[in-house]
Structures are given as structure tokens and as C-alpha cells.
Design a binder for this molecule. Structure first.
Ligand code: NAI
Ligand code: MG
Length: 357
């Protein structure tokens, strides 16, 4: 039995709807495994601005730091999307949260459920069994280096910069994860051209000596982009820099089918934050149509990564798998062959998942 305190931060739009299901899954797991989970809730994004004027109120940040993990929904509201001049914005809350909590590692598991094979534009025989865990460095690289203009504005530059320390800490997370999976790590860089990538490779090579049980493969990013589509099954854990990870994970998300299926974890030295990759989806907000599986799978990541509860996490993932096998779908993962009576709303499919836990 473990005692853990979880902060629920639903945020805006469908974030509210799907996080409710994610929380119920955590409650069910606690009951099933005899854990003592306590919960609190806090505001972020548009709802926080409405209530306090601040997209990340100090109280929310304090609660985040004081909890063992955060289950997060999404931020965003239509009133800001078409108004770039708005000074206070929901996404500022998200960015500040990541910075304040030092969330330097973004994990994005790309897991394809067999039942959704036909939903992809990639051939089923190539996709079947694909299961990749990306580690994208999140607080360094060209996004945070010096940037500017010279020559009267006719030349622009962005500097890609990494320190040994930054590469080592994300590398270590990836090696540790690889140990719990197939013990195979692909490190992606552009070390044939970029000095920051040469340091990246040097640090990963040195780390590899500490993890002799993990096989490391070094790839140049252009090759990885090709191999992800050609043979996604050759990947297990992938670690890469901020820019490469940004691009490769968007490419890889197509392996899993819908946005409503993809979970992510942002971790650092403190509290980990777990969230769907999708946004607040104004177009379906309040209609009960959102696919809650990304939030449910985020809860599974939370159990695995923040709490070290691998068995509990697998029970959750398996429940999602079984619900799909039974033929239940939400609208985003239904196709022409789906029996209409099997297309459920957010809460109803959530109940089916709960039944199977
Ligand atoms: P979105 O991810 O909210 O929605 C894109 C499309 O996918 C929509 O048609 C939506 O209905 C559908 N979709 C998304 N999640 C779904 C789910 N769980 N089930 C079924 N369908 C789903 O992205 P969009 O529309 O570009 O942005 C909407 C708002 O969300 C904006 O204000 C944006 O700034 C914000 N946003 C927030 C993010 C976050 O909090 N991490 C990430 C991306 C966008
Ligand atoms: Mg991106």
C-alpha cells in the first residue's frame, strides 16, 4: 500500500471532461490495489484567469510543488485564439508551470492499439506491434539559445546550445526507462554536422558505460525520420534534443491514430505533470464527445513513472485495449465499419474502462 497525493488540474474546455475520467481511473486503481490516494484540485488557464486574473495562480503552483504528481487537462479558450494582442493568456500558465517545475523531459509514448490498425494511413503489417517511448529534451537547444537579427535585420540567427549537464539528465531518464522496457535505446542527433550534437553523442556514449545492459543505437535525425515510417517496430526508447523531438514526435503521432489516444508526461526533478497531447477542443466542448483515453493513458503514465507502479499502469493500459477489442469507440476513432450503437460519449466509454480495471 502506498500513500500518495495527486493534484487534479483540469484546465479548460474538454480538459474538464476528460480529466474527470482520468481521476476516476486513479480512484479505481487505488481501491483495487489498496493504495491510499488523496486528491486536491487547482485552476490553470482561462478558468484561472476568470477567477483570479492569473493563468497560473501562486496557489496552484504551491499545490503542484506539494503534490506527488499532477494530472493535467488542457488550456485554451476561443476568445484568445483570434486575439494575438491579449496580454494575459491561458498558455502562459502552461509555459510557466513547465519552467517553474523544471520539466526538462517530455515523454511521449507512441502506442498503437491493434484494434485501431485500420485507422492509420500506414500499412497494418508495418504498424502492427509498434510501441515507442520518446524522450524529448524540453528546456534547452535552439529554442532557448541566443536569437536575433543582424545586417539591418536581413540576417537572423538562433543558437543551438547544450550543456553536458542538460544532456546527461535527460539521457539518464531515457536509460532508466529503457531498462524497464526492451533495453534498447536510440539516441538521435546530427553529430556529423552540429557541434551541439557531437557533445550530445559524447555524453550519451559516456552514460552508456553505466548502463551496459542497454543496447544503444546512434542515428542521425534525417535517418530516424525515414525509419519511423519505414519500420516503426525497430524503435523502443528514443532520446533526442528539443527541436528534433518536436518534429519527430509529431511525425510519430500518426502511428497511433487519433490525438484522443496520445498521452504525455513532463518530468524533472520535482513533481511530474501528466497530460493528453490534445488541447481544449472548443468545437466539441460541453457535448460529452471527447475521447478520454489520452487522459486515462496519462493516468497510466503517472502511475508508472511518478509512483513506480508498473502493474497498476499495465492494468489501465490493458483496460483501454480491452474496451477497444470489445468494439467500443468514441467518434474520433470510429470509422465507416463501426456499429453506431458502439460509439459512446466521454462518460460512457469511461465507465466501460472502469469496469475492466
Ligand atoms: P485541439 O487538440 O484542442 O483539437 C484539435 C481537433 O482534435 C479538434 O477538432 C478536436 O475536436 C479534436 N480533438 C482533440 N482532442 C480530442 C479528444 N480527446 N477526443 C475527440 N476529439 C479530439 O487543438 P486546437 O483545436 O488546435 O486548439 C484548441 C485550443 O486548445 C486552443 O485554444 C489551443 O491553444 C489549445 N491547446 C492547448 C494545448 C494544451 O493545453 N496542452 C495543446 C494544444 C492546443
Ligand atoms: Mg510541436
Amino acid at each position: 500500500m502506498a500513500k500518495k497525493h495527486i493534484l487534479i488540474v483540469p484546465g479548460d474546455g474538454i480538459g474538464q471532461e476528460v480529466t474527470e475520467v482520468g481521476k476516476k481511473v486513479l480512484e479505481k486503481i487505488a481501491t483495487k490495489f489498496g493504495h491510499d490516494f488523496t486528491y486536491d484540485e487547482a485552476l490553470i488557464g482561462h478558468v484561472a484567469i476568470e477567477a483570479t486574473g492569473d493563468p497560473l495562480p501562486a496557489e496552484t503552483l504551491e499545490k503542484m510543488k506539494a503534490s506527488d504528481a499532477v494530472l493535467f487537462g488542457a488550456v485554451g479558450h476561443p476568445k484568445y485564439d483570434n486575439d494575438p494582442s491579449a496580454k494575459v493568456r491561458p498558455e502562459q500558465g502552461l509555459l510557466k508551470m513547465r519552467k517553474e517545475l523544471g520539466l526538462y523531459a517530455n515523454l511521449r509514448p507512441i502506442k498503437l492499439f491493434d484494434e485501431l490498425l485500420s485507422a492509420s494511413s500506414i500499412k497494418p503489417e508495418i504498424l502492427k506491434g509498434a510501441d515507442i517511448l520518446f524522450f524529448r529534451e524540453l528546456t534547452g537547444d535552439i529554442y532557448f539559445g541566443e536569437k536575433g537579427r543582424k545586417n539591418n535585420g536581413d540576417t537572423a540567427y538562433d543558437v543551438a546550445e547544450y550543456s553536458r549537464y542538460e544532456v546527461e539528465r535527460i539521457g539518464r531518464k531515457a536509460f532508466e526507462a529503457a531498462r524497464t522496457r526492451k533495453k534498447h535505446l536510440v539516441s538521435v542527433d546530427k553529430a556529423n554536422v552540429l557541434e551541439s550534437s557531437r557533445l550530445w553523442r559524447e555524453v550519451i556514449q559516456k552514460l552508456a558505460l553505466e548502463y551496459p545492459d542497454v543496447t544503444v543505437e546512434y542515428q542521425f535525425v534525417d535517418a530516424t525520420a525515414m525509419l519511423l515510417i519505414k519500420d516503426p517496430k525497430r524503435f523502443d526508447v528514443v532520446v533526442t534534443a528539443n527541436l528534433f523531438g518536436d518534429i519527430l514526435t509529431d511525425e510519430a503521432s500518426q502511428i497511433a491514430g487519433s490525438m484522443g489516444m496520445l498521452a504525455s508526461a513532463s518530468i524533472g526533478d520535482g513533481t511530474g505533470v501528466y497530460e493528453p497531447i490534445h488541447g481544449s477542443a472548443h468545437d466539441i466542448t460541453g457535448k460529452g464527445l471527447a475521447n478520454p483515453m489520452a487522459s486515462v493513458l496519462s493516468a497510466a503514465l503517472l502511475l508508472d513513472i511518478s509512483f513506480g507502479m508498473k502493474a497498476e499502469s499495465e492494468v489501465v493500459i490493458n483496460a483501454v485495449d480491452q474496451v477497444l477489442k470489445k468494439g467500443f469507440r468514441t467518434g474520433d476513432i470510429a470509422d465507416a465499419t463501426t456499429d453506431k450503437s458502439m460509439i459512446l460519449g466521454t462518460d460512457a466509454i469511461g465507465e466501460e474502462i472502469l469496469k475492466l480495471i
